[in-house]
Design a protein around this ligand. Sequence first.
Ligand code: SAH
Length: 360
Amino acid sequence: MLSKLLRELIEGKEPDRAALVRLLTLERPDELAELYAAAYAVKTREVGRLVRLRGLIEISNICTQDCCYCGIRRSNERVTRYAMTKPEILAAARLALEFGYGSVVLQGGERSDPAFVDFIEELLHAIKTISGGRLGITLSLGEQSGETFRRWFAAGAHRYLLRIESSNPRLFAAIHPSGQSFENRLRCLDELRLAGYQVGTGVMCGLPGQTADDLAGDIEFFKTRDIDMLGMGPYIPHRDTPMGRDFDYRPARQLEAGLKLIAATRLALRDVNIAATTALQTLAPDGRERGLLAGANVIMPNLGEVGHRGDYLLYEGKPGLDENAESTRRALLASIESIGEGIEAGAWGDSPHFARRLKR
Ligand code: SAH
């Protein structure tokens, strides 16, 4: 029965809610293997066996938001706050060019004060200049005004990642303080799209109180919103957060939830870019490779030097704290090779979905 469903999905059938729930609740190892193999078949057909790399630059952990799951939330006073300078960020961008990563992601805590908005705008111009326009630039800097999104787009950013975290408004409310609204996230996703960005979103899975039906709803949300790229990962607790204190943490269960979500999303959305996130690698040394084999096709290797990595802890157990950009790269290339995939060097690596959506 499962084989029949998977075969239909490979052939292009749209999974309904019940089919998605079924995939997301599989537990038998042989059935999980079948699910991942089906998702891998769709991935290789739609986006190839090449991993797209985005060099990740964690520009700052200063944050004005207070997400209940996140280690760098405003209320966490144990964090040593930092902000990379423009020369430091440009040096990281040069490394991305040198390594052939093709694009960078500027990620950080959320700020929307005028000085910050100006700083990012100048930085975008500078990255375009030093790379002769060759480096693609994704931003992951949280909720902003429509005007800010438009200014940053005009300055050279062309992709933006903003996870909805959960498409169930009740669950969203349970993991955020009352001042942070689901409606504002939706507004941001709409404005990003209108501004011309390729829009990325995503959710965490394995959250307290989250059901398979919630996750099936998340996949339908991605589909309805015609999303171009996805970053999804299992929730991992951080002890200095309200949610992290009493969580019944079982890494193997969280990893499996993450892999199932990637696979089901690949089968439902087909031609999008899906990241194998650092959270997977936190749960198992080969977590990201397993993500690739379950349908993901993007990896975001950290370009940071040893110094700040330990201060950018969204959750505990983040790997690679003792690595620099070069050793991270070497380990990554070896692991990609170990599963028989290659890397797409030097390209922006947009999702085929984005090109198709422009033609519609
Ligand atoms: N402030 C930016 C970027 C940093 S957070 C933004 O909001 O986009 C990036 C993502 O990390 C979040 O969207 C969230 O899904 C994830 N994240 C944060 N804390 C986490 C945790 N404890 N476990 C797993 N993922 C987490």
